[in-house]
Design a protein around this ligand. Structure first.
Ligand code: ADP
Ligand code: MG
Length: 397
C-alpha cells in the first residue's frame, strides 16, 4: 500500500482524530453485535499505548430528520467501547461547538473520548454525507493527525473521512483499514495462483462490476446463488420461478462470452415450489426445471465440482452465498463452501460481502478464513477495481 500507515506517524502527545466504523446493530437499546467495535480495538489500543490524545467518531444508521435521532446516539457505543478497553471513554453528545472543543482541549495523553453520530450533521443539508467543505475544515481543526480506520465507509466521500483528510496536516490508515486494503488489494493485484473467485447472492446486477473485474484477474469464477438463473435463462434453459433479471439477459450473454471456460455455472440444484423451508425438495439438473419450480440452493454435483475446482487454489475470494442460507434446507451449498475453504490450508481465503460474512460466522467458520472483510459495500467496490475515496484521500508514504 502506497498510503501512509498509522505506525509511520508520530502520535505521542498529539490530538489524533480517528474515524472508526461503529455502525453497529442496535435493538431496543442493546447492541446485538459488537464485532465492529472489537475490530477497532487494535488501532485504538495502539494509539493509547503511544500516548496519543484519542478522539474517535463514527456514523450510526441514517439520520435525515430530528425524529431519526432517536435511538441513534453513540452513547451506548461509547459505554461498550469503555468495557472493551477497560478504560474511561468520555462521551460528548455533540458534533460541534464549545462543549466538544473544551472536552478535546482537556484530553490528556493516553486518554480517549468519543463524540456524537456524524450523521446528525445530515439533518440540515446533508453536511456529513455530501462532504460539506466547512464541516470537513471544522472537524480537521479539532486535531493534529487524522487516522481513518472505517473501511465500511471507505467507498463513500463524506466529511468525516475525505473532508477531514483534505484539510488536516497529516493523515494515515488505521490498522483495520490497512489489513483490509492489504488482503483484498493483494488478492486482486498480486494473487498467488491458482486464484479462484466464488460469486453468489441474489442479483447479477449487484455484481456486474465484480464479475467483470474478477474475470480479468482470477483463473476461475464460480457462480452460485440467485444470479445463476439469469445466466441460465440467457443460455435458454427453463428456470421455472427462480429469481431472474429479465432486463439483464444481454449482459449475462456478454459476460458468458467474455468469461468462456473461466466462468463456471452450477450443474444441479435444489428445487421447490415455494419459498419456504418446509416445502418438498427435489434435486435436479439444469435442464430439468418445471415451470412451477425455483432453485434455492446448488445441488450435490455442483458442490463436488466446485470442491474439485477449489483444490490446490492459493487465493480464494468469496462474495455472495450460493443459496438461501437463511433457511436450513437451502444452506448446504453455502456451508460446503465454508467447509472447503476452511480446509485449504495453503490458500489465502477472503470473504468480501456482508451476507457471506454473516453466513460464515453463523455456521461457525469465523476464524477459518484468512480475512473476513468488515465492509460489504466497500469490499464489493474494491473487488470491482474501483478507487475507494476514503483511502485515496490519505497521505502517501
Ligand atoms: P453479500 O452480502 O455477501 O454480497 P448478497 O447481498 O449479494 O450477498 O446476497 C445475499 C442473499 O442472496 C442472501 O440473502 C440469500 O438468501 C440470497 N440468495 C442466494 N441464493 C439465492 C437463490 N437461489 N434465490 C434467492 N435468493 C438467493
Ligand atoms: Mg448483502
Amino acid at each position: 500500500m502506497i498510503k501512509k500507515r498509522m505506525n509511520d506517524v508520530n502520535v505521542t502527545g498529539k490530538t489524533v482524530l480517528v474515524r472508526v466504523d461503529f455502525n453497529v446493530p442496535i435493538e431496543d437499546g442493546v447492541i446485538t453485535d459488537d464485532n465492529r467495535i472489537r475490530q477497532a480495538l487494535p488501532t485504538l489500543e495502539n494509539l493509547l499505548e503511544r500516548r496519543a490524545k484519542v478522539v474517535c467518531f463514527s456514523h450510526l444508521g441514517r439520520v435525515k430528520t430530528e425524529d431519526d435521532k432517536s435511538g441513534k446516539s453513540l452513547d451506548i457505543v461509547a459505554k461498550k467501547l469503555a468495557e472493551h478497553l477497560g478504560k474511561k471513554v468520555k462521551f460528548v453528545p455533540e458534533t460541534r461547538g464549545k462543549t466538544l472543543e473544551t472536552a478535546i482541549a482537556a484530553l490528556k495523553a493516553g486518554e480517549i473520548m468519543m463524540f456524537e453520530n456524524t450523521r446528525f450533521e445530515d439533518i440540515e443539508g446533508k453536511k456529513e454525507s455530501k462532504n460539506d467543505e466547512n464541516l470537513g475544515r471544522y472537524w480537521a481543526s479539532l486535531g493534529d493527525v487524522f487516522i481513518n480506520d472505517a473501511f465500511g465507509t471507505a467507498h463513500r466521500e463524506h466529511a468525516s473521512n475525505v473532508g477531514i483528510a483534505t484539510y488536516i496536516d497529516e493523515s494515515a490508515a488505521g490498522l483495520l483499514l490497512e489489513k483490509e486494503i492489504d488482503f483484498i488489494g493483494n488478492a486482486i493485484e498480486n494473487p498467488k495462483r491458482p486464484f479462484v473467485a466464488i460469486l453468489g447472492g441474489v442479483k447479477v446486477s449487484d455484481k456486474i462490476g465484480v464479475i467483470r473485474n474478477l474475470l480479468k484477474k482470477a483463473d476461475r469464477v464460480l457462480i452460485g446463488g440467485g444470479m445463476s438463473y439469469t445466466f441460465m435463462r440467457a443460455q435458454g434453459y427453463e428456470i421455472g420461478t427462480s429469481v431472474v433479471e429479465d432486463d439483464k439477459l444481454d449482459l449475462a450473454r456478454t459476460l458468458l462470452d467474455e468469461g468462456k471456460d473461466k466462468l463456471v455455472l452450477p450443474i444441479d440444484f435444489k428445487l421447490t415450489k415455494a419459498f419456504d423451508n418446509d416445502a418438498p425438495i427435489r434435486i435436479a439438473a439444469r435442464d430439468e426445471f418445471s415451470k412451477e419450480e425455483m432453485g434455492l440452493d446448488v445441488g450435490p454435483k455442483t458442490i463436488e465440482k466446485y470442491q474439485e475446482l477449489l483444490t490446490g487454489a492459493k487465493t480464494v475470494v468469496w462474495n455472495g452465498p450460493v443459496g438461501v442460507f437463511e433457511m436450513s434446507n437451502f444452506a448446504k451449498g453455502t456451508i460446503a463452501i465454508c467447509e472447503t475453504l476452511a480446509n485449504l490450508n495453503e490458500a489465502t481465503t477472503i470473504i468480501g460481502g456482508g451476507d457471506s460474512a454473516a453466513a460464515a460466522i453463523k455456521f461457525g467458520y469465523e476464524t477459518s478464513f484468512s480475512h473476513i472483510s468488515t465492509g460489504g459495500g466497500a469490499s464489493l467496490e474494491y473487488l470491482e477495481g474501483k478507487t475507494l475515496p476514503g483511502v485515496a484521500c490519505l497521505d502517501n508514504r
